[in-house]
Design a protein around this ligand. Structure first.
Ligand code: AP5
Length: 189
């Protein structure tokens, strides 16, 4: 079973690299950002709640987010493994994920931390906002997302080091080059 947590600041390439990992290793992909955006698009109650947080660059509260993740994960019972993209984002979420996997006799195989300098993150997200119109890709909200990342999400780096699952990946360079580095790590586990 291959359970990968793909980690990094907003714009670090989690979604981009997840697509490649899914294709090569045949595992399932759970992107919590995509799940929430689909709820917003469908105009559900959950979507309305999520939009308030996302537009402010804030995290959806843990209790709600953990329930959402659990229900999506429930749909992947016969899977070869899952790549978790955008989850966990807090220590409480990491503990919940560990428990969810343990209930199936599993654990996180590896946590891949895509590290990218902040000016590059800003450049990528401003460009994507212009191309795709994603509502939270404007300078003001990106700055808030980065602040939230540093205060609430980055502590997971030490948490996963403690779990002996942490792997650093240089997220600056070509998409192919970064993917090759990821494959070296994944193939070694
Ligand atoms: P989410 O959708 O997860 O957003 P994010 O973490 O801010 O990540 P992004 O999708 O912006 O970036 P990415 O790292 O996937 O990079 P990508 O590959 O797209 O979450 C959105 C919001 O939902 C959160 O702010 C929060 O409110 C809420 N939320 C989600 N999960 C939650 C949770 N667990 N708990 C609470 N709240 C939650 O790449 C970015 C751009 O860069 C693209 O245009 C891409 O083409 C380009 N790019 C990628 N790689 C390279 C490269 N090597 N060189 C040049 N350009 C590149």
């Amino acid at each position: 079973m291959l359970n990968i947590v793909i980690f990094g600041a907003p714009g670090s390439g989690k979604g981009t690299q997840s697509e490649r990992i899914v294709e090569k290793y045949g595992i399932n992909h759970i992107s919590t950002g995509d799940v929430l955006r689909a709820e917003i698009k469908n105009g559900t109650e959950l979507g309305k709640t999520a939009k308030g947080y996302i537009d402010q660059g804030q995290l959806i509260p843990d209790e709600l987010m953990i329930d959402i993740l659990a229900s999506v994960f429930d749909g992947f019972k016969d899977s070869k493994g899952v790549i978790f993209d955008g989850f966990p984002r807090t220590i409480a979420q990491a503990e919940a994920l560990k428990k969810m996997l343990a209930e199936r006799g599993q654990d996180v195989s590896v946590m891949l931390d895509l590290e990218v300098p902040e000016d590059e993150l800003m450049t990528r997200l401003i460009k994507r906002g212009k191309d795709s119109g994603r509502a939270d890709d404007n300078e003001e909200t990106i700055k808030k997302r980065l602040t939230v990342y540093h205060s609430q999400t980055a502590p997971l780096i030490d948490w996963y080091k403690g779990e002996k699952k942490y792997q650093h990946i240089n997220g600056l360079g070509t998409m192919d080059g970064i993917f090759a580095d990821i494959c070296k790590v994944v193939d070694s586990i």
